[in-house]
Ligand binder design. Structure first.
Ligand code: ACO
Length: 702
């Protein structure tokens, strides 16, 4: 439930630092509040002046005739804390702190920012900023910003972590007639962040599309929870900048190296239904599309064009984006054949030819739009000497009004000669681009969003009553006591077993006799591996022997491995030799986990073995909120999935068992935040069941 009551819809606003001096921010904010037609009471606060911009000014909050809902703070940084405290003492509900000079300046600024939030918490106030450009709501209306001008009224809510970006977008949006419901500059996000605003906008009747430009998410768990709910109500489109690979380079496990820091965002967005834009242009193209168009019933696109080349390019793009070209019914084709010149293309794309005037476009559009296999329509036009852009635009608008359940897009491929027609479409709410690709991309996102909304929530929490948490705790305790953070293979096997993850038995033996005893217990053949935290590449030091078939071979292998290791790595502490049941070959997969600072554990699965990093066939999901359905979707994204389903006559693998094992790995890493990295590579999958062969677990001290 949003806690922003009386934030946008404040009944009264104090502007602390309001000024009579044009050019000052305190002047601009008051000017904006007056100009936007704010219906509540405005109180300029200034210790020197009695009147500012025609309003009575007050020396302090104490002098006001009422408690105000909102205070906008625009005084120098050194005054912000005492002013905020004063706000708290005088019952202000929310703050918009414009002032810069906090966290962005370093340690001292960060301390001041923390203190600002402490004060807010103490008095139950919420704070936007500091270091922000303010906020606006066109429906209240209210404008606490120092931006130039006010946005047009609309149904897009835009939250920006860059104040400059927000101001620039506002200016541009007016020039193309784009309207907003709310516009917020998030600033340092010391308290209120995009998460709070998305939560509020999800239930705001004036907002149809939620748009964000962000540089980070500061509370991954809450983001997933809140945004995951919001996307079920309306589209949330986010442009996230700063997609650095530094995290990937620092990671030591396979899974960590494959993931990278941006992947966590990508995965988080995917999992909670956020539409991710990759550029400012795409962000606003999609915003317009979602604001103006319905979500289509299906993915079939019809194209009407007056030129062959662009028709082919658009067709290619439709396929590239995973959409389908409409296949018209026989009736439609017969009608098109009868009514268009014989040279025209009647199959999709419908090519009405370069000499088409409005009447021919109308004829083709009427048939194509009415066809039951048309879910979305895109009109292409290039300006020949006979083209009638304005009249044809009028027809296209008429068709859109006739079929409001279908998205209509246009690409007017030209310049000035098409402008009037293009403007007419834009004003009527039909997205019109210069080239077709943004339109097709928008259709793809509309289709995907429709699918997302129609997928029921899984409600499938990963709960396993049979897991033995205490056993795992005890293993970690012993490892730390032994001054280690990396588990031995046998310890990792015990962890896997405690969580019901099928693994090939592996036991530590400290003598040849013990090795034989264990091998006999588990049955031949066996594999033997040196157990030493110092030896990462066991094969390189002669530390691995495979296919041992009897007691004599086991005994010899024990002695040989010990000799090899003593010779090649005399300084390494050796705990003994691990004896592992040798498993029959299966499909070789990897299941792994790496931890993201914001979003927590990420689970990866894909083709395993020694070529993992080369093949990069691993798909990821966040462990938080993971469901079996999502695990299946994750597997289906990999090439390994083709192998699992039985490639070229091979028997299919036990996919349900694999899904279950991944679910259990997710449970394990959620239950134990001290597991920093985990790789199970390889996992052999069989027609019946699977077996983890090599389990690597690294823990932290916390
Ligand atoms: N209560 C009320 N008013 C006060 C108080 C007080 N306790 N103390 C001083 N004032 C008045 C001042 O007298 C002054 O009014 P005046 O013009 O009548 O003299 C007014 O408050 C402002 O104080 P100044 O000292 O003049 O401060 P100034 O306006 O120069 O700067 C500001 C204040 C704008 C908050 C500045 O410190 C700042 O942070 N600027 C950067 C803002 C910013 O960039 N934010 C991020 C935006 S995002 C982006 O990048 C676009």
């Amino acid at each position: 439930m949003s806690q922003l009551k009386n934030f946008f819809d404040a009944n009264s606003v104090a502007i602390i630092g309001a000024s009579n001096t044009p050019g000052k921010i305190g002047y601009a904010i008051l000017r904006n509040m007056l100009d936007c037609g704010y219906p509540g009471r405005i109180y300029p606060i200034n210790p020197k002046d009695k009147e500012i911009l025609g309003l009575a000014a007050y020396p302090s909050l104490a002098a006001l005739p009422e408690k105000v809902d909102l205070a906008v703070i625009s005084v120098p940084a050194r005054l912000v804390l005492p002013v905020a405290r004063e706000c708290g003492e005088h019952g202000v509900k929310h703050l918009v702190t414009i002032t810069a000079g906090f966290k962005e300046l370093g340690k001292e600024g960060l301390e001041a920012e923390k203190e600002l939030i402490n004060i807010c918490r103490q008095y139950g106030m919420r704070n936007l900023g500091p270091n922000c450009a303010g906020m606006m709501d066109t429906h209240v209306p209210i404008n606490t910003s120092f931006a130039k001008g006010f946005p047009l009224k609309g149904d897009i809510a835009f939250y920006s972590q860059s104040g400059a970006m927000m101001i620039a977008i506002l200016d541009w949006s007016r020039s193309i007639g784009l309207g907003f419901s709310k516009v917020v500059s998030l600033g340092n996000k010391a308290d209120l962040s995009e998460i709070d605003f998305i939560e509020e906008a999800a239930d705001d009747p004036y907002t149809r599309v939620i748009l964000c430009y962000i540089e980070d998410v500061m509370d991954g768990a809450r983001f997933l929870e809140v945004v995951g709910k919001a996307t079920r109500k309306k589209p949330v489109i986010i442009l996230k900048s700063g997609t650095s690979q530094a995290g990937a380079l620092a990671a030591s496990s396979h899974t960590g190296a494959l993931a990278g820091s941006d992947l966590a965002y990508d995965t988080a967005f995917k999992q909670c239904g956020v539409i991710r834009a990759r550029s400012m242009t795409e962000l606003f193209d999609l915003a317009i599309a979602f604001s103006k168009c319905p979500v289509p019933r299906g993915d079939k696109v019809a194209i009407v064009t007056n030129s062959g080349g662009p028709g082919i390019i658009t067709t290619d793009n439709v396929e590239l984006k995973g959409l389908q070209m409409s296949r018209f019914t026989k009736e439609t084709l017969d009608e098109l054949r009868a009514g268009l010149p014989p040279e025209a293309g009647i199959y999709n794309p419908v090519d009405v030819l370069g000499d088409a005037k409005t009447d021919r476009y109308r004829f083709a559009l009427e048939k194509v739009c009415a066809d039951p296999n048309t879910d979305s329509v895109i009109l292409l036009m290039c300006p020949t000497a006979v083209t009638e852009p304005v009249e044809t635009s009028r027809v296209f608008i008429e068709m859109r009004d006739r079929y409001p359940e279908k998205p209509f897009f246009a690409a007017y491929m030209g310049g000035g000669s098409l402008q009037e027609g293009a403007d007419m479409l834009a004003q009527a709410g039909i997205p019109c681009f210069t080239f077709p690709e943004p339109g097709i991309n928008a259709i793809k996102e509309l289709v995907n969003y429709g699918k997302f909304k129609n997928t029921p929530l899984a409600g499938d929490e990963l709960v396993f009553p049979d897991v033995d948490k205490r056993a795992v705790k005890a293993i970690f305790y012993d490892v730390v006591k032994d001054n280690r953070l990396v588990l031995l293979g046998s310890e990792a096997y015990d962890v896997a077993r405690a969580y019901g993850i099928p693994a090939a038995p592996i036991v530590l033996a400290t003598s040849p006799d013990e090795a034989v005893e264990e091998a006999e217990k588990m049955g031949y053949p066996v594999v033997m591996k040196v157990a030493s935290p110092k030896i990462l590449h066991k094969t390189d030091v002669g530390g691995v022997k495979v296919g041992l078939k009897n007691a004599a071979e086991v005994r010899n292998a024990f002695v040989e491995i010990m000799e090899n290791v003593t010779r090649l790595m005399p300084q390494a502490v050796v705990y003994g030799i691990e004896v592992q049941k040798m498993m029959p070959k299966g499909n070789e997969l990897i299941i792994g986990m790496t931890r993201d600072v914001q979003f927590g554990p990420m689970i990866g699965c894909g083709l395993g073995g020694i070529y993992v990093n080369l093949l990069k066939d691993v798909s990821f999901r966040l462990a938080r909120g993971l469901t079996r359905k999502e695990i299946e979707a994750m597997l289906a994204e990999t090439k390994a999935y083709t192998l699992l389903r039985g490639y070229r006559g091979e028997q299919p693998s036990d996919i349900p068992a694999l899904v279950e094992a991944i679910a259990r790995v997710a449970r394990l890493v959620l239950d134990f935040p001290e597991i920093t990295e985990m790789d199970i590579n390889p996992v052999f999958t069989y027609p019946n069941g699977l077996s983890a062969l090599d389990v690597k677990i690294t823990i932290s001290l916390s």
